[in-house]
Design a protein around this ligand. Structure first.
Ligand SMILES: Cc1cc2nc3c(=O)[nH]c(=O)nc-3n(C[C@H](O)[C@H](O)[C@H](O)COP(=O)(O)OP(=O)(O)OC[C@H]3O[C@@H](n4cnc5c(N)ncnc54)[C@H](O)[C@@H]3O)c2cc1C
Ligand SMILES: NC(=O)c1ccc[n+]([C@@H]2O[C@H](COP(=O)([O-])OP(=O)(O)OC[C@H]3O[C@@H](n4cnc5c(N)ncnc54)[C@H](OP(=O)(O)O)[C@@H]3O)[C@@H](O)[C@H]2O)c1
Length: 504
């Protein structure tokens, strides 16, 4: 039987994986990548960015990190080289068309009369490069377009209080990250910089500003909420993976579709769950002067972890706050005036030459933008506050000839994308079939419920952290694999799971 024509959009980590697994099953995919290189977000980062995930959890199951990379948290450069070696090893480059922007994909087949589902048909993929615009046919499209690029989240301001009145420069972190390192340094040198946003990108940029400008021109970080930022990954000497990423830790939390007994067990064990969170919190408070700077988060550590809001604090950060090269300001909002910003709750304006918005991205809009028809865009975002409804976090049930990889996140996105690509390719190869739309939507609603409980207002991030094994079990069962991958009961219960547990 003739194999389906698969088109993959994006050659970041997810796109490379999708390509590799398609090839392994005899498909001949075409990958369209808008940039001139592989790597996606890793192709260009700010100077100091390195992997935040432990490298053992962020590696391809059949292609470990080379022994020459000795650091646990490799640099951007090392990661990019690793991705290049992977692409070479599995001969992926020949399948990628670079500098090829997918302008949109259009469903080409009969919808059901009510336009509620789009079950059969092909896709028309419109691709633009420097020479021409062409339309390619595809039976199946795998979207690997990422969520942390291209569509910045810019706060809204009242008329006359936005960047239009500011005489300095306002940019998004995305633009800062796109600069050459030397250019970025010159951009901030000798300037009063305000960084808005205090997750990883904001933190890294503020560290760079303070390195370049010292306390003569301190960098102000303006942020809304305190989050747990870890000084290391081993609270009280216990690796975090033993507290949150083994089967035992998953017994302590409610899981989507868990059934009565597992639900009861999670309820009975909830004091232990609370205790583990406290254990981590006391460690962080002991090692970092959170109380001194009034930065103890209101949320528990466990909640921040499940919401994907935990990051690593650079070693020297609090020294820089102490010595005055970083100023911290917490406020729910701000506005611009001609010479800087006005922080809600402060009487004095804050002077600034540059404001860098490290305020994250609009990943859902990015995903929607790939679909040309409004009907299909509506399936991706049924309402402004809904999650992207994906079966197994991969397939929109009503548009089943498209898969989305790399949208919902975890503690190691490479690992998660690899598992999903394997599942999608087994689906394409006919190893299993999708259940009915109704069953898929029921399953999605169970996961919605879980995400709302675990991540609250951040549920749209669709973070899997802390129930990855439960999720991977479902993928394994669909594919007909044994989901228990360890040797012996003890290891099965207490050893953390990682990519190498899923070697074929
Ligand atoms: C600075 C930074 C550091 C991070 N660190 C970590 C970490 O330590 N651990 C972790 O687990 N996660 C981390 N992440 C999350 C990161 O998103 C994932 O690790 C992973 O790299 C995502 O890969 P991806 O292929 O899904 O998406 P991306 O890397 O975003 O790749 C998407 C690709 O699609 C291409 N593309 C998009 N639209 C089109 C189009 N219309 N036509 C053609 N091509 C298109 C883009 O050019 C890009 O190459 C980090 C993210 C950032 C931004
Ligand atoms: N490996 C690394 O070292 C590294 C480096 C950079 C980025 N990353 C990853 O890249 C991804 C994106 O990171 P990111 O830092 O760009 O984005 P992010 O994680 O989405 O964080 C956005 C930040 O902006 C704030 N914010 C959002 N809207 C705001 C508004 N209207 N006003 C004020 N503040 C606002 C948020 O505050 P609230 O918390 O109050 O919502 C948050 O602090 C993450 O997954 C991150 O882990 C990793």
């Amino acid at each position: 039987m003739e194999k389906k024509q698969v088109v993959i959009i994006g050659a970041g980590i997810s796109g490379l994986l999708a390509c590799k697994y398609c090839l392994s099953k005899g498909f001949n995919p075409i990958v369209f990548e808008s940039q001139s290189d592989i790597g996606g977000v890793w192709a260009k980062t700010i100077r100091t960015t390195r992997l935040q995930s432990f490298k053992g959890s962020f590696q391809f199951s059949d292609f470990p990190w080379p022994s020459s990379v000795t650091q646990d948290y490799p640099t951007q450069h090392q990661l990019l080289n690793y991705l290049r070696s992977y692409a070479t090893r599995f001969d992926l480059m020949n399948h990628i068309q670079f500098n090829s922007v997918v302008k949109g994909i259009e469903y080409d087949g009969p919808p059901t009369p009510s336009r509620e589902t789009f079950p059969q048909g092909k896709w028309k993929v419109t691709v633009e490069n420097s020479q021409s615009t062409k339309v390619h046919d595809a039976d199946f499209v795998i979207l690997c377009v990422g969520r942390f690029k291209d569509f910045p989240n810019i706060p809204e301001f009242a008329p006359g209080a936005g960047p239009e009145v500011f005489r300095g420069k306002m940019i998004h972190s995305m633009e800062y990250a796109a600069m050459d390192h030397q250019e970025a340094e010159e951009f901030i040198k000798g300037k009063s910089v305000v960084v808005v946003g205090f997750q990883k990108q904001g933190l890294d940029i503020a560290m760079e500003c303070s390195s370049v400008n010292g306390k003569e021109n301190p960098c102000t970080i303006l942020y809304r909420n305190d989050r747990w930022k870890l000084p290391d990954f081993s609270p009280w000497g216990i690796p975090l993976s033993y507290l949150y990423f083994n089967r035992f830790s998953e017994l302590l939390v409610h899981k989507p579709g868990e059934g009565f007994l597992l639900g009861l067990l999670a309820t009975i064990l909830s004091p232990l769950r609370w205790g583990i969170s406290k254990l981590v919190e006391t460690h962080v408070k002991k090692k970092s002067p959170l109380a001194k700077f009034d930065m103890v988060p209101k949320c528990s550590f466990s909640k921040d972890l499940r919401s994907g809001l935990v990051s690593i604090m650079p070693e020297d950060f609090f020294n820089r706050v102490e010595t005055g090269s970083i100023l911290l300001k917490r406020s729910p909002g701000f506005s611009f005036y001609q010479d800087g910003i006005l922080i809600d709750g402060e009487n004095k304006p804050t002077l600034a030459d540059i404001v860098i918005l490290a305020t994250g991205f609009k990943g859902i809009q990015k995903l929607q933008s790939i679909f040309m028809s409004q009907d299909l865009r509506d399936f991706i975002a049924p309402s402004p506050d809904s999650r992207v409804p994906l079966y197994r976090e991969c397939i929109p049930p009503r548009i089943p000839q498209v898969a989305i990889i790399g949208f919902s996140e975890s503690i190691s996105n490479l690992f998660t994308s690899e598992m999903r690509c394997r599942w999608v390719v087994e689906l394409l190869d006919g190893t299993f079939k999708l259940p009915s739309i109704k069953e898929m939507e029921k399953d999605i609603s169970n996961w919605d419920e879980y995400m709302k409980q675990s991540a609250g207002e951040y549920h749209q991030r669709s973070v899997l952290a802390a129930i990855d094994i439960w999720y991977n079990d479902q993928l394994c069962k669909d594919m007909g694999w044994n989901h228990r991958r360890k040797n012996g009961m003890w290891a099965e219960l207490f050893e953390p799971y990682g990519p190498m547990d899923y070697i074929s």
